[in-house]
Design a protein around this ligand. Structure first.
Ligand code: SR1
Length: 323
């Protein structure tokens, strides 16, 4: 370990170990989040060990125990079920290990919470839905309760429907598993068969949106449905900008930036600095029209075009190299 010249201890000498314990590891969002975390860790000369989740709360608890036993200086907990994690996160704190949580509310003043401003994200996507479709339409909604970001986005869906009684939720469905998009596609087909008048789907997770698009393509109804989502990846941009695509807008951060911010927050805690309690990475609204007009095909092109997407000043410090 070489360390970083001029950085506070222990980063000046190097050899810092951090664990990233995930709950969901499949899918573009989570892969990009991990890639961003890995890159920022490398820039900080951190040995980052990633524990891959399988949507299994007991396994995630075990992995946190393993990280504690490995003697890491910090643990980043990425999603999960709060009730399965709160005590084991406290155990880490009691052992002198710093803890950062991303998108799982551990409700502990010692644990900074990283999030993507999910209220703003949902408002941006639904604002575009209203702009395109007016305030009266038959809607489908893809939602699974119990995930902090989805629950926060759900609050805005409720608020939007209350403010616009002409928006009618005809059906609600959703699954989070190893193959979320495929499971969601199957459920979407059933929802559309029972409710052929649905013209707008709010699917605020890109795996959900991908599933809805797959279903509408297979049912041959893509021309009469519009999908509004959260998240973006290069593969999503391909789906959104494809000819005849019903996926017309998404509100998103760059997940690699969120991963980098999570590592920086952990590094600041290890160095004895305060990264703040609520660490927010702001999303941007991306429409099919703008992506096509600007010829954007990849995340890298979005980074270059939209500085607010490609970087965040959350949890920065003069001694932390940007990645
Ligand atoms: C099942 S939770 C999925 C969400 O987590 C992250 O916040 C991503 O934005 C994704 O939509």
């Amino acid at each position: 370990a070489a360390g970083i010249a001029g950085a506070p201890a222990p980063f000046d000498k190097g050899g810092v170990k951090v664990a990233l314990v995930t709950f969901i590891s499949a899918g573009d969002f989570f892969q990009a989040y991990q890639a961003g975390a890995t890159k920022q860790a490398k820039a900080l000369d951190i040995d980052l060990q990633i524990f891959s989740g399988r949507q299994d709360a007991a396994a995630q608890r075990d992995q946190i125990e393993q990280a504690i036993n490995l003697g890491v200086q910090a643990i980043i907990i990425d999603h999960g079920q709060p009730e399965a994690l709160k005590d084991v996160a406290q155990k880490a704190l009691d052992a002198g290990i710093k803890v950062v949580a991303f998108d799982v509310n551990l409700d502990n003043p010692k644990i900074p919470q990283v999030e993507q401003s999910d209220h703003e994200l949902a408002k941006a996507a639904l604002g575009q839905a209203i702009k395109d479709n007016g305030t009266s339409f038959q809607a489908g909604y893809v939602y699974v309760a119990g995930f902090a970001p989805l629950d926060r986005r759900d609050e805005i869906w409720d608020e939007t429907r209350k403010a616009n009684p002409g928006i009618v939720e005809k059906a609600r469905w959703g699954t989070v598993n190893d193959t979320t998009a495929i499971s969601t596609a199957d459920q979407t087909k059933a929802a559309f068969q029972a409710n052929p008048d649905i013209s707008v789907v709010f699917a605020p997770y890109d795996e959900f949106a991908r599933g809805v698009k797959l279903a509408t393509d297979e049912l041959g109804i893509s021309g009469k449905v519009k999908i509004y989502s959260a998240d973006v990846s290069t593969a999503d941009i391909t789906e959104i900008t494809a000819e005849g695509s019903p996926w017309v807008a998404t509100a998103a951060t760059n997940p690699a930036v969120v991963g980098a911010v999570s590592v920086r927050a952990a590094a600041k805690l290890i160095a004895g600095e305060d990264p703040g309690h609520n660490i927010v990475v702001k999303p941007v609204l991306l429409t099919q029209e703008d992506l096509r007009k600007n010829g954007i095909k990849t995340i890298e092109e979005l980074d270059a075009k939209l500085p607010a997407f490609g970087q965040s000043d959350a949890a920065t410090a003069s001694w932390i190299p940007s990645n």
